[in-house]
Design a protein around this ligand. Sequence first.
Ligand SMILES: NC(=O)c1ccc[n+]([C@@H]2O[C@H](COP(=O)([O-])OP(=O)(O)OC[C@H]3O[C@@H](n4cnc5c(N)ncnc54)[C@H](O)[C@@H]3O)[C@@H](O)[C@H]2O)c1
Ligand SMILES: O=C/C=C/C=C(\O)C(=O)O
Length: 497
Amino acid sequence: MEGQLDNVLHYINGQFVEGVAGKSFANVNPATNEVINKVAEGFEEDVALAVAAAREAFDHGPWRTMSVKERLEYIVRIADLIDENAEEVSELESLDTGLPISQTRKQAARAAENFRFYAQMVNSRLVGETYQVENSFVNYTVHKPLGVAGLITPWNAPFMLSTWKVAPALATGNTCVLKPAEWSPLTANKLAQIIDEAGLPKGVFNVVHGFGETAGAALVAHPGVQLISFTGETKTGSEIMKNGANTLKRYSMELGGKSPAIIFPDADLEKALDAVVWGIFSFNGERCTANSRLFVHHSIMDWFVSALKERVDQIVVGDPMDPDTEVGPLIHRKHWQTVMNYIQTAREEGTEVVSGTVPAEFEKGNYIAPTLLLNCTNNMRVAQEEIFGPVLAVIPFESEEEVIRMANDVIYGLAAYVWTSNIKRAHRIAQAIDSGMVWINSQNVRDLRTPFGGSKYSGIGREGGHYSFEFYTEPQVIHVAIGDHPIPRFGTKTKKS
Ligand SMILES: NC(=O)c1ccc[n+]([C@@H]2O[C@H](COP(=O)([O-])OP(=O)(O)OC[C@H]3O[C@@H](n4cnc5c(N)ncnc54)[C@H](O)[C@@H]3O)[C@@H](O)[C@H]2O)c1
Ligand SMILES: O=C/C=C/C=C(\O)C(=O)O
């Protein structure tokens, strides 16, 4: 990580630069709450410079006009460089976010794959349509990049999630300005270094660090930005849509979740247990698609709860840099406090709180032991609101009808997980649940060709596969007259006097 812990600068027009105001903010290690380094703090002026650079690169640079082959070679070079730097990326991510290194290693590999995937997709799937209209016309469509993409990303899996946006935005010929989350700037800085090394034309990719209310809001309000791809909290998404209304932006919104896992007695219970434990406690519980509500059929509740208690007790909580660690510290003291408050709320709401342990040596960090909230009801706050920590609300159910009703009785609709060996029931329930994604007899396993995203308050639009192309490109239809079609003749009549 040599050199990576120097102060972090913006990356604008191919240069690493201080902010115009010369201000910076402290970046803190969640495992110790010690300062790692300082980060340039961006404001409207910095965003204006980054957007101007991206605009110039889009309007006059070679990015849009070079051959697709050449552009995609740059994209693949980024993927190769991520792979070459994968260990450093993972270490930076774990240091910055508290995510266990065994998990950030997988995310770094996925990030490289995202660039490769979109390079392939542009070649094979960014296709137009052609319509023959009688013998008079051929109509065809082309997909053009929109211009400057504003990309605003969260801290919970920052590197991988930012590449879900950067890769398709660039591969389709847009230029972009990335505003990473203020609590996790290190890997966005590393991505800028990688893209710099890949030799992309200056201004094609820019990063402005800073806070949401200032740097993020300036990007949203900027008239030179055509689209905002946002991943983060639902209330931030709504604020962004309000603030961007005057400059009529296109939005992709990947927002919060409170996803149910539903376990029937006929399921492979050992597998379901593995999936549920992983689904809530991986990423330290800070996963948008976490199964944070667990619905267990009453007939297997005793077995399931005692198995969960055993697991929670054995989960290895510790140093994110240790490959054996399964749960690390939460991102920030403020977020730690929010999650702690929810655990207190759970007690006040009458649930039984059962927690694992955090070794005493880690008390300076933002650690929270894996926690079960037993005997919840679906109407409790802890079952309705996104906690975004290692906290699982366990709710009993009696019938299929009841569990579908409860699963849907929430503002979110991101993911759901159904566990049963009854194939008809599995599909029936999957289709009855209002969510963007459902997994049957599986944890969250992704294939990038499929649409990722949520319904209800979990989002608008989808990322992944050709869905990303629909967002990052503008279809243009070109009507070509090929025959001798009639044209109405105006102005050829004799006027009545
Ligand atoms: N659906 C998904 O794909 C998905 C994926 C990951 C995370 N999430 C959600 O993200 C949340 C956690 O991330 P977070 O706490 O970083 O979210 P957040 O909404 O606090 O911040 C996300 C980003 O938005 C910026 N921001 C904040 N206010 C802004 C404003 N007014 N204008 C412009 N930008 C602004 C922040 O600086 C940050 O870069 C959770 O709710 C989680 O469910 C969703
Ligand atoms: O927090 C959001 C993370 C979304 C992605 C996944 O859960 C995944 O694809 O593994």
